[in-house]
Design a protein around this ligand. Structure first.
Ligand SMILES: Nc1ncnc2c1ncn2[C@@H]1O[C@H](COP(=O)(O)OP(=O)(O)OP(=O)(O)O)[C@@H](O)[C@H]1O
Length: 289
């Protein structure tokens, strides 16, 4: 839990020219774009194998959608991409997840490094409800050991809220509780919180499934802006959403009693317009799922 309360400066709006100067001095440095590559990922809960040798390239600066019916292992795959799968006591896995060629499961790499460079936004918005909007944004800094000075902190909060498309709605109430925002605003606050530790990749697990169509559209617009700075991998059941936001898609499927795998992946337009596998055709056209 962050201990610092936002200063009075928090509520001030920095003149754009001053902000631009600070950006030029590198105070708002961002992490370089990075792609992710999953190689031969298998996953288990106890004896139950849920993924079998899944490989997928998720290129830098691109939105990749993971689609497929319920229970085929999309969320498990997503959670493996930032080492959250191992939080389940019975869980195990095999394979590699490379970020810029380095395996996040390499024993020489720290867990916190993976979580810092690969952020996660969940299905249900989960801000700290009693904590201020300001403190919610900076909440991840301590957890990841990221040191940011007082002045830079104010600037970071503003910049993350701008990137998350929330600044104009909350700039005058940064000290109000995060729990007082609407569902869509809370989800954008969670995106801002993820961005504060300057991740190279943002994983999103059905980020709009609890939101109304208007909030969904705002989050989608935010994603399309963000992808210039951060690689995005999203799990979605919404086929229109996959088509609207993603450049490439991977279709997951698990046959009865079998672990899940990728049936087909590729360019989103081709996956929806001219899929190779008949099961992909049936799924994207709503025949099952
Ligand atoms: N914590 C867990 N413990 C045991 N089994 C689990 C756990 N989480 C998921 N599973 C099982 O792993 C399989 C894959 O689940 P997962 O949530 O990854 O699928 P999914 O494709 O994301 O489904 P959905 O679209 O419904 O979210 C399912 O059989 C599920 O029951």
């Amino acid at each position: 839990m962050p201990d610092a309360q936002p200063s009075d400066e928090t509520t001030q709006v920095l003149p754009v020219s001053r902000r631009a100067r600070r950006e030029q001095t590198g105070l708002l440095e961002r992490a370089p774009l990075a792609g992710l590559e999953a190689r031969n990922i298998s996953a288990w809960f106890g004896d139950h194998q849920v993924l079998d040798r899944v490989s997928l390239d998720m290129p830098a600066g691109v939105i990749t959608s993971l689609i497929g019916p319920s229970g085929c292992g999309k969320s498990t795959f997503l959670r493996i991409l930032n080492r959250m799968h191992e939080l389940v006591p019975s869980a195990s896995l095999a394979g590699e997840v490379l970020i810029e060629g380095t395996d996040i499961y390499d024993p020489a790499r720290k867990l916190v490094d993976a979580r810092k460079s690969i952020g996660m936004v969940f299905q249900k918005p989960n801000p700290f409800p009693a904590m201020s909007i300001y403190d919610n944004v900076v909440a991840g800094l301590k957890l990841t050991g990221t040191k940011v000075g007082r002045d830079e902190r104010d600037q970071l909060v503003e910049s993350c809220l701008i990137k998350a498309g929330l600044w104009n709605e909350v700039r005058d109430r940064l000290r109000s509780p995060g729990g007082g925002l609407s569902g869509g605003q809370q989800q954008r606050l969670c995106i801002a919180r993820s961005l504060a530790v300057t991740p190279q990749v943002l994983l999103m697990d059905e980020p709009c499934s609890a939101l109304d169509p208007t909030s969904t559209r705002v989050i989608e617009e935010t994603m399309l802006e963000l992808v210039n700075d951060v690689t995005i991998v999203i799990v979605t059941h919404n086929m229109q959403q996959a088509q609207r936001v993603s450049t490439q898609c991977a279709f997951f499927l698990a046959s009865q009693g079998q672990p899940g795998g990728i049936v087909e992946h590729g360019d989103t337009e081709a996956m929806f317009g001219d899929p190779i596998d008949s099961r992909t055709y049936d799924y994207v056209n709503g025949v099952f799922g």
